[in-house]
Design a protein around this ligand. Sequence first.
Ligand code: SAM
Length: 234
Amino acid sequence: MPDGTAVAPAPEPAVPPDSAAVVFGDRLPLARRYAELLVTSGLERGLIGPREAPRIWERHLLSCAVVEELVPHAARLVDMGSGAGLPGIPLALARPDLRIVLVEPLARRVAWLTEVVEELALDIAVERGRAEDSTVRRRWEGADVVTARAVAPLARLAGWALPLLRRGGELLAVKGASAEEEVARDAAAVRKLGGGDPRVVRCGAAIVDPPGTVVIVERTRQTGRPTRRQKGSA
Ligand SMILES: C[S@@+](CC[C@H](N)C(=O)[O-])C[C@H]1O[C@@H](n2cnc3c(N)ncnc32)[C@H](O)[C@@H]1O
């Protein structure tokens, strides 16, 4: 540099482990580009923290993508509180059959997500709003699956997700070590909101260590007044 100022090099995304090829198949180059965007513009714009770069594959892309084991073919999926696109973008990369919308209230995150979805040419929607907003509900209700990672405690997630789901649809709440404790604490509240008994499952044991932990809540009944669309499909 002419003035002698040292510029820190942009962090390199860690090399993908072999299992990434199994998970992403011929979309691995797109997954690599997403990893690169996360650790460059995503980091610069505050969507991920600096400590995430070296563990971007295991902790983010792969541990999110393995949730696909729990998602039915061609499901309509709402990723609630998507942040940097997690788990929604790894799911879209691993499962092109899914119809996905990323719901996120913060404008600067929505701007980054929109750029990334465009650059990766993914056929997914980005919606600015809170999951409980009436406009979001009207546009995206009737989903087969709602995902959320690191967004809120289980009872609050159920309150936001169940109105977005069709009856029989499922909330997949990606959790860590707190899963069993949250289920014990919030199961009664979840049932009151129209959910079934929450259950904890593990996924991706052959891909990530430790395996992912997901709390599944099925929407079992209608609460509140049905919307026009729900009346029509009843
Ligand atoms: C800790 S971040 C997690 C982001 C991402 N899911 C992940 O695992 O990296 C929580 C995200 O949830 C969003 N959020 C908070 N409340 C929300 C709500 N009511 N509806 C939708 N998103 C919400 C925040 O703006 C933030 O982007």
